[in-house]
Design a protein around this ligand. Sequence first.
Ligand code: TYD
Length: 133
Amino acid sequence: MNYEILQLPKIEDVRGNISVIEKDILPYPIKRVYYLYDIPSNAHRGGHAHIELQQCLIALSGSFDVVLDNGNERKSVHLNKPDKGLIIPSGVWRELENFSSGAVCLVIASKEYDESDYIRDFDAFLKYTNQRE
Ligand code: TYD
């Protein structure tokens, strides 16, 4: 499974820590930043893949699981640290679940929002991955 966990720089201080994303720490230039919040504990988000979009997910607060599927393999990644970024490459199905109370998921994306970049049907995603191979 071709995801990556990025260790973000962490400036530790008794007054509180700072993590920073700058220069070429991400594998792409940043085009969009958004965040999920006020998420009910039983909510499922995601449930799609992207044709080109790459994303970095960070649990700014609380925790959640990201289930990744590349068409051959499925893996669950638990995010619970604001200094860890999960890089999801293009062509990977993702589902977000098990949100803790107060969880905030920051998403740093390589492209602006474009519905035509989404694959929202899992069978269509499997066909897409088979065609790519
Ligand atoms: P979606 O990406 O499916 O949410 P998630 O994967 O986090 O569950 O987006 C949900 C809705 O919000 C969908 O109708 C599109 C809209 N949306 C935008 O308009 N702009 C954006 O940048 C994002 C991320 C979503």
